[in-house]
Ligand binder design. Structure first.
Ligand SMILES: Cc1cc2nc3c(=O)[nH]c(=O)nc-3n(C[C@H](O)[C@H](O)[C@H](O)COP(=O)(O)OP(=O)(O)OC[C@H]3O[C@@H](n4cnc5c(N)ncnc54)[C@H](O)[C@@H]3O)c2cc1C
Length: 380
């Protein structure tokens, strides 16, 4: 396997590096995304007609890698770019593409993904939020939860149940919803590190015009698969590791290990060795995805394996960093402890560890499928 850049990729990397070294991230995250967009570094692989650059996924991955190397903040509209945009691009009308996509890339509008509900996460197709035809559109009632960025979002993609009298995957319909519409209530949820990035969202008799439907009525699961596939691709791949860089943890351990009792020094070294190797394994799994992208193929189970192994090694290394720091670790100004509070969420978001193991077990290892008791049964 050859992980080196081609001459074209190397030239692109150099131009990205030059730009990023001359432009520092500004405090306003929307303005920073707009600056990167104008430079051609957001939506690099999106078609020009959708406001993108018409480049390759590999060029986008190079931008992401260079930003990660410099420790630059992730783009504010990440969910929009990674999930909502590709869904609108593939299933929206010309009018929706025209109205939404370029503004999304420039962060003029922020987007969120309204899928999970209190009783529908891993079993997403079991969701209950109802959409009923009414007044030239659809009347929405129900609740979503864990909606990242809903408190700032202008629009969301919303998965609803439009037909309860058919099996669960068949009665769903997707819409674009205006988050400022009457009847939408957003309540932030506080996380254990003190941040509040995600929310509960309530829909009380919200009217969504039929022109905001994405795909045909009852075709929502097919539309949602576009979103979920884009999500898996945007998490845990591309060689931008989840959580800490193993090199940074090794530096940290080297600086602090002398203060530990001798027996704990031995254990810390062993843990570092194990975690480091696992993190490199995850990194190279990400590179395998990139190799596929660069050949114009779509990554398959590498995306699930990369997310699973990346999250596990990130958690192990972060736990080690906190333990080595001992009593000096404090939430707030301690990056490791903050990361330690955030990473458990990564083992749930975008497919939990157990669900990813099921996918690998069934689709890679050929193990027998899980029993699916509601298969072919009407949802109601
Ligand atoms: C940081 C973060 C951001 C998120 N952002 C969004 C967002 O923007 N939009 C959105 O719609 N959702 C979002 N989510 C929600 C996320 O998609 C769900 O949390 C996830 O799908 C799991 O669903 P659940 O929380 O209902 O847990 P459940 O599905 O109820 O799972 C509970 C436990 O059971 C296990 N389990 C479930 N099914 C199986 C099975 N078949 N086999 C073995 N074990 C199983 C799970 O692994 C887990 O340990 C976010 C979550 C997090 C943590």
């Amino acid at each position: 396997m050859d992980f080196d850049d081609t001459p074209d990729e190397a030239a692109w990397r150099a131009s990205v590096r030059t730009f990023l070294s001359q432009h520092r991230a500004v405090d306003d995250p929307r303005a920073w995304q707009a600056t990167l967009y104008e430079a051609g570094f957001v939506g690099v692989a999106w078609p020009v007609a959708a406001g993108g650059r018409g480049g390759t996924p590999m060029q986008q991955a190079i931008v992401d890698q260079e930003m990660a190397k410099l420790g630059l903040p992730a783009l504010i509209n990440l969910i929009g770019i990674g999930m909502c945009g590709p869904t609108v691009m593939m299933h929206g009308s010309d009018d929706q593409r025209e109205r939404y996509l370029k503004r999304l890339l420039r962060a003029d509008d922020l987007w969120c993904q309204l899928f999970s509900e209190p009783a529908a996460g891993s079993d997403l197709a079991g969701l209950r939020t109802r959409a009923v035809r009414d007044d030239g559109g659809w009347r929405i009632n129900g609740q979503k939860v864990w909606t990242t960025l809903a408190h700032l979002a202008d629009y969301g993609i919303l998965l609803t149940r439009t037909d309860p009298a058919v099996p669960k995957h068949r009665g769903l319909t997707m819409f674009v919803v205006d988050m400022k519409a009457p009847g939408v209530t957003v309540r932030p949820l506080k996380q254990m590190n003190g941040d509040a990035h995600f929310n509960e969202v309530f829909f009380d008799d919200v009217l969504v015009p039929d022109t905001e439907r994405l795909g045909e009525p009852g075709e929502g699961w097919r539309v949602a698969l576009t979103t979920l596939m884009s999500e898996r691709l945007s998490l845990g791949g591309g060689g931008t590791s989840i959580g800490p860089k193993p090199e940074a943890v090794a530096r940290h351990v080297a600086e602090h290990i002398g203060a530990l009792p001798a027996d704990r020094q031995v254990l810390a070294r062993q843990e570092l060795g194990r975690g480091y190797v696992a993190a490199l394994g995850a990194r190279y799994t990400g590179y395998r995805q990139l190799s596929k992208l660069s050949r114009g193929e779509l990554p398959g189970p590498e995306a699930s394996a990369g997310k699973l192994s990346g999250t596990r090694s990130a958690r192990d290394l972060t736990d080690l960093a906190v333990r080595v720091l001992g009593g000096d670790a404090r939430v707030g100004d301690n990056i490791w402890q903050n990361m330690q509070a955030v990473l458990p969420g990564m083992a749930i978001a975008g497919g939990s560890d157990q669900v990813l193991r099921n996918i690998i077990g069934e689709r890679v290892l050929g193990l027998p499928a899980e029993p699916r008791v509601d298969k072919g049964v009407d949802w109601r």
